[in-house]
Design a binder for this molecule. Structure first.
Ligand SMILES: Cc1ncc(COP(=O)(O)O)c(C=O)c1O
Length: 687
């Protein structure tokens, strides 16, 4: 990488270079400290420290105190102290030991000999770790008072707290935005009124983003506005507001719905601290898994099938004992053939499975979620069977997964196959062009069959990585048929919910955007304006060429999404979720019951259900960072492969320009790594 491009990466608006770029920055600091300590120039160290200080403001560790100590060591010309502290911080960040090891927060090594933990905790048998997160505090208080403010927050910590957190303090809307984007450890945000709009740092692309959001002057830096912005980026975060105005009035404002709790400024800080912990606890609780653990610990006799329950047939056997040794006793203690009572039933959940499903719905932005223990193959069959009746027509990508074809057979429905664009050069298929889908709908209308077309069923993303502009597809189809049902097979794409870039391209992400659009009074005006322009009976040719706007008053939003939770989250193989956002769900609820009864086993695997519950917990608490990291790695691999003289002879990573023919790529976007591509224009290309 050239020096210039590396310098460019350090700008705070380079949101695609997150954790990896941060680690590089710290390694660079240590290397330049070594040069200085060996008697070389110190200019490199000073430059590295200055560059890094900007982004470090958005993180809890090393924090204000250690960053001040680093600057102090540099200004007093102490190369050895600079090297020692930079090295310790870099190690603590790399091993994440600062989350548990208090000594990492001291300016000087406390010399207690604790080695940083280099192996995952379960392997070393650690117990009783308190999960660590960071809380963003947005405040109008002057930055000279931030260290004292941080100290106040730390004083609230109590030994009985289930979690431990560090405050991260910022003083403007733009900085709050940057911290939300750059700091994956954030679990909660506290917004005090009275902060400013502009970042203290230079970030031209960031400014262009805030301009797009119509944030022009200081009056836009309102707490409610910020809350709305943060919720759009990271819906999983708990937001708290501290106001000294009329709290009741604020709480009654529908825009404040995104805020978990509003505090009056004179209220006890301890109340806020407890609320923050309670919010994290709510995401941490896994109703089914927690109950399964309790079940495993109880002395329970079994009088029915399932010889392996409690490990009886395993540990007493000379011949299969190694299975018990391999998997450990908990697997068998947590096995049960009970499908009712404490462990709840997958067929008719009323207890902890129901609660776990409700939490999954919250995490995925759905109205409801069904846990499925036989893969997305089954989720798809369930959705198709429940939503279609004999004779109904579904527009289906011919390249869809086989489960859709089998679903159609079960439902007695008639597939109207549409073709994805071919990529003959690479032996791949792309996605189905929107014009093809619209043509299928308009054709059915011309034949008088539009009322029979019930569903559009597409794969998003495809095996090769093509994703649809889900919002545009749904909007244009709803303009032709306002009650069309959408089934998005997102077997590979479940993680996308946890990225602000990709969420809008998921079925549910787009459905939520369409729903807010429907409630915006400007939408009806936009629809009517287009109708006036189109005139009476526009030709199919015009309709195919126009980006159609649906009538927000007519839309019946009916969106289904299936995810192989085992493919992109931490579920055990075959764990899948079927998510629903359907205003007409009550009309198909009974069919869904039948679909569950048709497909679900009466002996579901308890560990699999637990892993679905746990996957939800993980994604709500660290999904944002995990997905950001994966995107960053994907881009780094792309760059490394394409730039390596030897590897690039044999392999090439295709950009958007090769994956999507120009006629389907109206944004003109070519590749993430192309010159001039940044956060703002990438985001625009996704709309
Ligand atoms: C697009 C698509 N849908 C559904 C499935 C089936 O998912 P599962 O393997 O979870 O049954 C797959 C499997 O690869 C798939 O690629």
């Amino acid at each position: 990488m050239s020096k210039d491009s590396k310098a460019a990466q350090k700008r705070i608006d380079q949101f695609f270079s997150g954790p990896g770029a941060r680690a590089d920055d710290w390694r660079d600091l240590v290397e330049s400290a070594k040069v200085w300590a060996r008697g070389g120039h110190r200019a490199g160290y000073d430059a590295a420290l200055a560059g890094l200080s900007v982004t470090e403001e958005f993180h809890g560790y090393p924090g204000l105190q250690l960053m001040a100590a680093l600057r102090e060591a540099a200004s007093s010309g102490d190369a050895a102290a600079s090297l020692s502290l930079a090295t310790r911080i870099t190690q603590a960040l790399a091993t994440r030991s600062f989350r548990q090891h208090a000594g990492d927060w001291n300016e000087r090594d406390d010399g207690n000999g604790d080695a940083p933990e280099l192996v995952p905790p379960t392997f070393a048998g650690h117990k009783g770790r308190r999960p660590y997160f960071e809380t963003l505090i947005v405040t109008g208080v002057s930055s000279s008072q931030w260290p004292a403010l941080a100290a106040e927050w730390r004083k609230l910590r109590r030994p009985e707290d289930g979690f431990i957190y560090e405050p991260v303090i910022v003083g403007s809307l733009e900085d709050a935005f940057c911290a939300t984007m750059l700091n994956p450890n954030l679990g909660a945000v506290v917004i005090n009124e009275g902060f400013g709009l502009r970042s203290r740092h230079d970030a031209p692309v960031l400014r262009s983003m805030t301009a797009m959001a119509n944030l022009k002057d200081e009056s836009d830096a309102s707490a409610l506005r910020l809350a709305q912005i943060i919720k759009r980026i990271r819906p999983e975060l708990d937001l708290y507001m501290i106001s000294n105005r009329d709290v009741e009035e604020l709480a009654g404002n529908p825009e404040a719905n995104v805020v978990r709790r509003i505090f009056y400024s004179v209220e006890e800080l301890l109340e806020l601290h407890l609320s923050i912990l309670e919010g994290i606890q709510d995401r941490y609780d896994t109703p089914f898994f927690d109950n399964l653990k309790k079940y495993a610990q109880r002395p329970i006799g079994t009088f029915h099938a399932l010889p392996i329950a409690r490990g009886k047939s395993i540990f007493k056997s000379d011949w299969i004992r190694d299975m018990g040794e391999f998997y450990g006793p908990n697997l068998f203690l947590a096995e049960s053939s009970a499908t009712t009572g404490g462990l709840d039933s997958m067929l008719e959940p009323t207890g902890n499975i129901k609660k776990a499903q409700e939490k999954a719905a919250r995490a995925l932005g759905a109205d409801r979620v069904f846990f499925v223990t036989n893969g997305t193959s089954t989720s798809n069959k369930m959705a198709v069977q429940a939503l279609l009746a004999p004779g109904d027509i579904a527009i289906v990508d011919r390249n869809c997964h086989k489960s859709h074809h089998y679903g159609m057979v079960l439902a007695g429905a008639q597939p109207l196959y549409v073709e994805a664009f071919p990529m003959t050069e690479y032996s791949m298929y792309g996605a189905v062009p929107l014009a093809t889908i619209k043509q299928a709908l308009l054709g059915a209308k011309a034949d008088g069959r539009l009322d029979r077309v019930k569903m559009l069923d597409l794969t998003n993303c495809t095996f090769d990585g093509h994703i649809y502009n889900t919002r545009r597809v749904m909007e244009e189809c709803l303009a032709i048929k306002p009650d069309l049902i959408f089934l998005w097979d997102e077997a590979w794409f479940g993680f996308a919910r946890f990225s602000p870039f990709l969420r809008r391209r998921t079925g549910l992400g787009a459905a939520n955007e369409i729903e807010s659009w429907m409630h915006d009074p400007k939408s009806v005006a936009a629809y009517e304006k287009q109708q006036a322009e189109l005139g009476k009976n526009p030709s199919d040719e015009v309709l195919l060429k126009t980006r159609l706007i649906p009538d927000p008053r007519q839309i019946r939003l009916r969106v289904y999404q299936t995810n192989s939770t085992h493919k992109s989250m931490s579920a055990i193989r075959q764990g899948s979720m079927l998510s629903v956002k359907d205003v007409e769900f009550h009309t198909v609820e009974q069919q869904f019951k039948e679909a569950v009864f048709t497909h679900a086993s009466t002996s579901p695997n308890q560990q699999l259900i637990a892993s679905l519950d746990i996957s939800r917990r993980q994604m709500e608490l660290e999904g944002y960072g995990l997905v950001a990291n994966a995107i960053e790695i994907a881009l780094a691999i792309r760059q490394a492969v394409n730039n390596n003289p030897l590897i690039s002879k044999y392999f090439r990573i295709l950009g958007a320009d090769a994956m999507v023919p120009a006629q389907y790529r109206q944004s003109g976007f070519t590749d993430f790594l192309a010159d001039g591509v940044n956060w703002a224009n990438t985001l625009k290309s996704l709309d």
